[in-house]
Design a binder for this molecule. Structure first.
Ligand code: FEO
Length: 407
């Protein structure tokens, strides 16, 4: 666990977590930080605690002591969001102290009771304040459905610090510094990529609510954004707000100036056309990502398609339907509400087709509204004329993404 003083009387405790499936689903190759914050006035509050995935509270308590905070002096547990990566330590804390107050929204209050059996709860609503003394005043601002319905921002008025929990977060483990102005150019790129992975994997489903939360953040006078995952933004807190605005556009079909080839092939027939499409993209100078399913992790697949302005789906018919790993991938993109992408599909079939029908069903069922160029299907291996049709499709796709590019 690392400790940082992020403003007068405000500390961050943060833990790099590796080797987990985030939410039990997402294989996060580069880890994630879980951030907790201590605000010290005459009274002390802890915002979104962290004890680590090992569940050992002593790590937290020894770190608190190192910043001269007696864990028993903590009066308020501010629960911005009840997901257990932020709240899972409450029952452990109860073992050392029983006279604290939990501060949360009405929706969180229900789960505080059902998850942990707690009942000393101060329910707050928009604009409510809590004066900790010594100039530290917290205000509370619900941002429902970021990422669960219970979520709120906590804002410290004296230092103009926004504790945003999941909002403005990123995956990625952190080095020995935490501020945006301390990041190297490589780390800035790393956290942008990990921010995209985080948004697409965890937050994309809630994009309309995220837009509202962006609007609410803009009504606050912010010097520092201190999220529950990833770096703290003090040099330019508005950069992460702008990044999140851009990510919200990616969820609606915009993207970087790149194409993702999402492909699968049983015996190399469709793969031949993939190679051909790749050559066209190279010839045209278009950046592309190539993801073979089911070999890629779901996390990587969702993040890569999400950030791309164009998608090539290359998949054959399998048992009268779409090649299953690709069907699963498209369905997952639909569940994440990644809509409006410019797309082109091609693929092989043997005795009969069926892939196209199932693809359309998945797209329609999830209301994805992807903008498809006419698909190319070929019997067995692609012939010269099939490859020519693939080339026409790829060129049309390149043309289609031009007005969708948002870098
Ligand atoms: Fe970081 Fe929705 O929990």
């Amino acid at each position: 666990m690392k400790k940082f003083n992020i403003a007068d009387g405000i500390y961050m405790l943060t833990l790099n977590v590796d080797d987990i499936l985030f939410e039990g689903i997402w294989e996060i190759a580069n880890g994630v930080t879980i951030n907790s914050y201590i605000v010290q006035g005459e009274k002390t509050a802890i915002i979104d605690g962290v004890i680590g995935w090992d569940g050992i509270p002593e790590t937290l308590y020894s770190n608190l002591k190192e910043i001269e905070v007696d864990p028993k002096s903590i009066d308020y547990l501010i629960i911005n969001h009840m997901e257990p990566d932020h709240s899972g330590w409450i029952s452990n804390f109860r073992k050392i102290k029983d006279d604290f107050t939990i501060v949360c929204t009405d929706k969180a209050a229900k789960t505080v009771s059902s998850f942990y059996g707690e009942d000393k709860i101060l329910v707050v609503k928009e604009g409510d304040t809590l004066d900790l003394g010594n100039g530290k005043v917290l205000s509370f601002h619900p941002v429902p459905n970021v990422h669960w319905p219970d979520t709120m921002y906590t804002y410290e008025k004296g230092t103009k610090t926004l504790f945003s929990c999941d909002m403005f977060g990123a995956f990625g483990r952190m080095g020995n510094h935490c501020f945006d102005d301390e990041l190297t150019p490589e780390e800035i790129d790393f956290f942008e990529a990990e921010g995209i992975r985080y948004y697409s994997n965890v937050m994309a489903t809630f994009t309309p609510s995220i837009r509202k939360a962006i609007g609410k953040a803009k009504t606050l006078d912010i010097n520092i954004i201190a999220p529950g995952h990833g770096p703290v933004y003090r040099k330019n807190p508005h950069k992460i707000i702008d990044d999140y605005s851009r990510f919200a556009r990616y969820a609606d079909g915009a993207g970087k100036n790149e194409v993702t080839i999402l492909w699968g092939s049983m015996y190399g027939m469709t793969a031949k056309a993939v190679d051909y499409a790749e050559d066209i993209l190279k010839r045209e100078g278009i950046k592309y990502n190539k993801l073979q399913m089911p070999l890629e992790s779901e996390s990587e697949m969702v993040a890569t398609v999400f950030k791309s302005a164009g998608v090539i789906i290359a998949a054959p018919t399998y048992e009268y339907k779409l090649f299953p790993p690709i069907a699963t991938a498209i369905n997952e993109l639909g569940r994440k509400k990644i809509t409006g992408k410019a797309a082109f599909r091609f693929g092989s079939y043997g005795w009969s087709g069926g892939a196209e029908k199932e693809l359309k069903e998945i797209i329609d069922r999830n209301n994805m509204r992807w903008d498809f160029i006419e698909s190319v299907e070929f019997e067995g291996a692609p012939k010269e004329e099939d490859l020519k049709r693939v080339e026409v499709g790829v060129l049309e796709l390149i043309n289609k993404i031009r007005d969708r590019v948002v870098e």
